[in-house]
Write a protein that binds this ligand. Structure first.
Ligand SMILES: [Ca+2]
Ligand SMILES: [Ca+2]
Length: 203
């Protein structure tokens, strides 16, 4: 067989490899698949993020409710023991002072420790409309219990809203309003819980 005939025969029987569709996706197919995967997974991821955020906000709400409850509980217990007629509210309704009984003087309860509850600007967040300490709430207050007689003071609450927290008097009773606030990471808003309680002295 001549070389020319052999070459012609080879060309006749040569089978080009099929352009298999299994070797890869076209650009259009890849784009469609990506879009479909995105449509399926985006709602799932959104739901997971939503549940996580809801859980964080729920935990935060429980935490600040407990913070408020604990501070009100302490003020209530303190003030109920106080001597009637000794309460005063000063410093633009931000300070409550009263006197605890010190014992029995033969005719009644004698004066004991002088107590103050003071709402103060948080030392880490000055009142300048800026969240200086980066905790998500702006210009929060702290609540400090001062035992003036013993020269002792203890911070019993923080994250308090200065605009809605304060004291007032109603006869011998004191009206205490506390608003605790906090911010959950990723949340669009600050969570706040408030309570106003009227407390009467028993002595
Ligand atoms: Ca500030
Ligand atoms: Ca702050």
């Amino acid at each position: 067989m001549s070389i020319e005939r052999q070459r012609a025969k080879d060309r006749f029987w040569r089978v080009d490899p099929p352009r298999s569709r299994c070797l890869g996706f076209s650009l259009l197919e890849a784009a469609i698949y990506a879009a479909v995967i995105g449509i399926i997974t985006f709602p799932i991821l959104s739901a997971v993020v939503g549940v996580t955020r809801t859980t964080e906000e729920g935990d935060l709400l429980a935490k600040i409710q407990e913070r408020k409850r604990s501070a009100l509980h302490q003020i209530t217990n303190d003030y109920r023991r106080s001597l009637a007629g000794t309460a005063a509210v000063t410093n633009s309704d931000k300070t409550l002072s009263f006197t605890l009984p010190g014992g029995f003087n033969g005719t009644g309860a004698s004066a004991g420790n002088a107590i103050r509850y003071e709402l103060r600007a948080d030392p880490t967040d000055a009142p300048n409309s800026i969240d200086d300490n980066g905790n998500g709430v702006v210009d929060e207050n702290i609540l400090v219990r001062v035992n003036a007689t013993a020269s002792e003071e203890v911070t019993i609450a923080s994250h308090l809203d200065p605009n809605t927290s304060g004291f007032s008097l109603n006869g011998d009773a004191v009206v205490v309003s506390l608003s605790c606030m906090a911010w959950a990471k990723g949340s669009q808003r600050v969570t706040e819980v408030s309570e106003t309680r009227t407390v009467y002295p028993r002595n």
